[in-house]
Design a protein around this ligand. Sequence first.
Ligand code: TXA
Ligand code: MG
Length: 315
Amino acid sequence: MRVSLTKAIELLKQGEVVAIPTETVYGLAADARNAQAIARIYATKERPANNPLIVHIADADQVVVWASEFSPLAQKLAQAFWPGPFTLVLPALAEVSSAVRAGEPTVALRVPAHPLTRQLLRESGLGLAAPSANKYTQLSPTTAAHVESGLGGDIPVLDGGACQVGIESTIVSVLGDRWQLLRPGMISEASVALAAGSPASQATLAETPKAPGQHLLHYSPRTRCLLFDSRQAVYDYAAKADDAVALLLGEKDLTGMRNITLPADPALAAEQLYAALHTLDAWQAAVILIESPPDTADWAAVKDRLQRAAYQAPA
Ligand code: TXA
Ligand code: MG
């Protein structure tokens, strides 16, 4: 159900969930101070309660309302990347509900760039907890229609058009003058290092903050996906397979197999990635064959999502 900005604010203030547009993917938002509203997010997504949520805020001034430490390094990164597809994990103030933090001592914060959602944050005055607006482990939505097909037509959706970044934000945790990459995104590790003035710290496993949502099976179409190192390997497999479709990169396919070809530019490929996977999934083939992007830094985030889509749990 599409709702206006005014209606979205009204629903959120009443403790309801509303799907909201961001530049990365659509989020399933609720008032981050309202435990019942947060419970509705987990219930709607069928998400385990040990997986914390990102709190979306109107601007960097709001950080101190949620975090107990906003170190000079964290401020530098906020300045460089907000508003934008970038999330900071910082030590949390004690009053931040443990439903949002899922028991972690930290809180994840992001200032999104989408104009409609910025207006929503400013006018409502709320901090909005919002995970991607899909069922747990399924594909993230990049249009209002994806949200409705994944969560059902009763979910109120603030329609802000198709998402322009297309994959989830880069997540970085900061403690004092040290930082770590928790989830790759279109803001690359190299850009973070440049803005930080230092490389990611080599933490031991024990001190590495968890991003509990980062288990391997994630962002998955219902159709089985297989990842191949080369175009030729896709074709070799397809020649033996009965009902295969393909997600290809760059050069158009000349064999006539059913496929979607993403642009050779990583930013454009990211923008179109989830829509392509949603479409391929809807074709209900036996298998989706995926041509892997190159192992270069500019493809890291897209490759991460493709590896997760194709992950097979060990038998
Ligand atoms: O682009 C995005 O980040 C989108 C849009 C809606 O903002 N949101 C998103 O949320 O991708 P979600 O819930 O699908 O993924 C958030 C990730 C999860 O892997 C979660 O475990 C991690 O962030 N996370 C959240 N709070 C954390 C914390 N305090 N410490 C470590 N990881 C955290
Ligand atoms: Mg998600």
